[in-house]
Design a protein around this ligand. Sequence first.
Ligand code: FES
Length: 170
Amino acid sequence: MSTFIGSLPERKDVCKVTFTNSGKTVECKPYANLRQVAIDNEIDLYNGATRIFNCQGSGLCGTCTVEVTPQRGISVKAAIEKFRFLLLKGNLRLACQTQVTDDIVVTKHGGIKGNKGYKQQGAKEEMVRMYQDDGKTLEEIAEAFQIPVPKLVNILGDAGVEMRRPGSAA
Ligand code: FES
């Protein structure tokens, strides 16, 4: 029993959120909504006219899209984000649908939605880290990044990752 409790991740009282575009780092309580954290700290998550014309956090417009690293510092994608799989590749998330659970770094890219110029390189590195260091399963990582397991296997293989045998310890 104590072994199980000892293996649980440390529960944080405060999470640090760094917004790279503004260079600000702010603090919030665990499970705070990322969009609300930005609003409360007067950090702009929108590009151009979408500052005014957005869905106000209902997950419909996609204009609050941001890159978040690491993915383990935020909630898993909700159904409304999974539905936006063409927009939300790699580490891209809808700020309005994301809860902060650990220290994270947030970057807004270009374009109306905020995904223009985003490159998935960081996402690939994080997939490797989750598999090798965190001991996550292929299914867990594929779920987090919304990609099929065979594609994930290819990505890890290209990165030179030695695959664990099914059922082996992490
Ligand atoms: S504010 Fe519209 S999807 Fe987040």
